[in-house]
Design a protein around this ligand. Structure first.
Ligand code: G3P
Ligand code: CA
Length: 269
């Protein structure tokens, strides 16, 4: 087996399609996860935020401007924040044309529609709670939605779901609400601080430029919230040389916009 630990939830080291196969299809759309599936990738990553009227939606930036035609449709609503638009308004946006004409008409998915598509595709989800400081209570709301959709039963928790955030507070809340959920902290804590994170999370997910083999080994020496050796998934690695480099450092997963490139470089799925 290639270098690396057991991967999330006991599988082999893993390649995650970041925002879907987002090098080839518009990020965080149903089209991008369908493409990841067709390329052969089970794990997809997304970003969850909340609309003005309380709907959970899948979109990365806190403004809709970069990845939709919101400026055209709502010219007087600058800076076009996700939290200032209703779900009905967001449903009208084109989230594909900015990427290419081929994807014109792609939508910003609700989390509900997104989860149903992940389920239909038999995929697995690395769900990021994005900017939780803007959305008080989003952790409980997200877990309630996952529960309603059947994603918190034994077949999903521990097998098909990881919840991550740049906010340690957010991950702590998820862990306290549902201790069975596998979580990941996005960032690169100093080795001396790692034990504090091990109390409420299982995985540490750093930007690839910030890590070394020694740091990865320090993470692996700790047992995480579920009593297993902690693991490392690093991002965003889109080229073969960097993929091989982080593989050599012993990471357990690579989060990438171009999953096929990483698979060909390191031999993981
Ligand atoms: O999954 C890691 C990665 O998504 C973190 O950065 O900004 O793309 O959400 P960002
Ligand atoms: Ca993300």
């Amino acid at each position: 087996r290639p270098a690396g630990g057991n991967g999330p939830l006991g599988s082999a080291p893993v390649v995650y399609a970041h925002r879907g196969a987002s090098a080839y299809a518009p990020e965080n759309t149903l089209e991008s996860i369908d493409l990841a599936m067709r390329l052969g990738f089970a794990w997809v990553e997304n970003d969850v935020q909340r609309t003005k009227d309380g709907e959970l939606v899948v979109v990365h930036d806190d403004s809709l401007a970069r990845t939709t035609n919101v400026e055209q449709l709502f010219p007087d609503r600058k800076p076009w924040r996700v939290k200032d638009f209703t779900a009905a308004e967001i449903a009208r946006l084109d989230a594909g044309s900015w990427f290419s004409e081929e994807y014109a008409g792609a939508r910003v998915p609700t989390l509900k529609d997104y989860m149903n598509r992940v389920q239909r595709n038999r995929q697995r989800l690395l769900l990021e709670i994005k900017k939780p400081e803007l959305y008080p209570g989003i952790e409980r709301q997200t877990l309630d939605m996952l529960e309603r959709l059947g994603w918190l039963d034994e077949a999903h928790v521990g097998r098909r779901l990881v919840v991550q955030s740049f906010s340690a507070d957010s991950i702590r809340i998820v862990h306290s609400l549902r201790p069975d959920i596998v979580t990941a902290f996005l960032g690169t804590p100093k080795a001396a601080d790692l034990p504090r994170y091990a109390a409420f999370t299982d995985r540490i997910n750093p930007w690839h430029t910030t890590i070394s083999a020694d740091w990865v080994a320090a993470v692996h020496r700790l047992r995480g919230a579920h009593g297993k050796a902690m693991e490392v998934d690093t991002w965003i690695v889109d080229d073969a040389a960097t993929a091989r480099k982080v593989q050599g450092m012993g990471v357990d997963g690579i989060i990438t916009n171009a999953p096929d490139v990483v698979r060909d470089a390191v031999g993981w799925f």
